[in-house]
Design a protein around this ligand. Structure first.
Ligand SMILES: [Zn+2]
Length: 359
């Protein structure tokens, strides 16, 4: 991966953006795209967009979601402990003992999630894992009076796990889901421009609030009504202990990006992505998702009269944990594929399914 896009990825991973509070991520993303795109803009709720070649055709959307899972303060007790609830799909058993950052109006504030010392647990609690109602944050406040000077009910928090390099091309961080998606949308636009041969208009989108119900993507799809959309999000790698390949195939980190197969994925878009991947010698792993895709595709493809959509993913170990792990080579191939996909489209090209159905 080139130095600048690699730094951009770290900057996105360091921009904490729990659902509903995506501005930090959007700012990093827009700063990167401002000198590249013809126009950058945001909407009422904080979706961020970059437009390249606005008069081009077809209109191609490259998208990822800018939000991540997190916590929100729900109650501050007399001792100054902050009780919290989850934003999105947080697994409470991963939380005790973690460091967190509270995102207060005055700036970031450090905290830790309380964890009962093993010596003080009775044999029964030692066997149990934490429930969400057991989770509280300790900011070191002496009491409620001191805590409320800095934190209010509604303050969001995220786990303080920035990006770290593991062996080879492996990277671990909180919020790879889905900083890799907004990264790919931006890089896809940049690489498309570099190819200097496409007719298409590119809309790169960093959509808000995916983790709480695919919200921003519906707004973006309505606004731009693209002819085709490529959604980028993580997919579960099935290559670590105790994972079972029978459900979703043996998806491995380091063996290339993954293409989702299922009702959300337009057959002609998928076919085209596979063809372009073959030309570029990119190995695409196949993830069968026979129901809902679990991505923004499910907000985009049913929008308007139906928007032909494809889903590309980096295999991801430990999804929704503080140490989401990906392979940088898998990731780097995604925007290359997106750019070439768009560049190969003919002016005015539409994706239609032959006589109303899949073969
Ligand atoms: Zn995601």
């Amino acid at each position: 991966m080139l130095k600048k896009p690699r730094q951009f990825l770290d900057d996105l991973l360091n921009a904490h953006s729990p659902s509903g509070f995506e501005a930090r991520c959007a700012r990093v993303w827009l700063d990167y795209l401002q000198p590249i795109a013809d126009e950058v803009l945001t909407d009422a709720y904080g979706n961020a967009f970059a437009v390249l070649n606005p008069k081009g055709s077809p209109v191609v959307m490259f998208e990822g979601h800018s939000d991540e899972i997190g916590l929100m303060v729900t109650y501050i007790d007399e001792e100054g402990y902050l009780w919290v609830s989850q934003i999105g799909g947080v697994d409470p058993k991963m939380l005790p003992g973690k460091r967190v950052i509270l995102h207060t109006p005055e700036g970031p504030l450090n905290g830790v999630i309380g964890a009962m010392a093993p010596h003080m647990q009775d044999p029964k609690t030692r066997e149990q894992s934490a429930k969400m109602t057991d989770i509280y944050i300790d900011i070191g406040a002496a009491n409620k009076k001191e805590a409320v000077k800095l934190v209010t009910v509604g303050t969001p928090a995220t786990i303080d796990h920035g990006p770290v390099a593991l062996l080879g091309d492996t990277l671990a961080a909180r919020s790879c889901d889905n900083k890799i998606g907004v990264w790919s949308a931006a890089e896809g636009l940049r690489r498309y421009k570099e190819l200097k041969k496409g007719q298409a208009c590119i809309i790169a989108a960093a959509h808000i609030q995916e983790e709480v119900g695919l919200v921003g993507a519906g707004m973006g799809a309505f606004r731009w009504n693209p002819d085709v959309a490529l959604v980028v999000d993580v997919t579960n790698a099935v290559d670590y202990p105790d994972t079972d390949p029978k459900l979703r195939n043996k998806i491995k980190m380091g063996e290339g990006p993954a293409l989702r197969i299922g009702p959300a994925c337009h057959p002609v878009v998928m076919e085209r992505l596979e063809k372009v991947a073959k030309t570029l010698k990119i190995n695409l792993q196949r993830v069968p998702i026979p129901g809902r895709s679990g991505t923004n595709a499910n907000a985009i493809y049913p929008a308007r009269q139906g928007i032909p959509t494809g889903i590309l993913s980096t295999p991801n170990r430990y999804m929704h944990s503080p140490s989401e792990t990906i392979n940088l080579k898998d990731l780097d191939q995604i925007p290359t594929l997106m750019a070439r996909f768009a560049a190969d489209l003919k002016k005015g090209e539409k994706f239609t399914v032959h006589r109303g159905g899949r073969k």
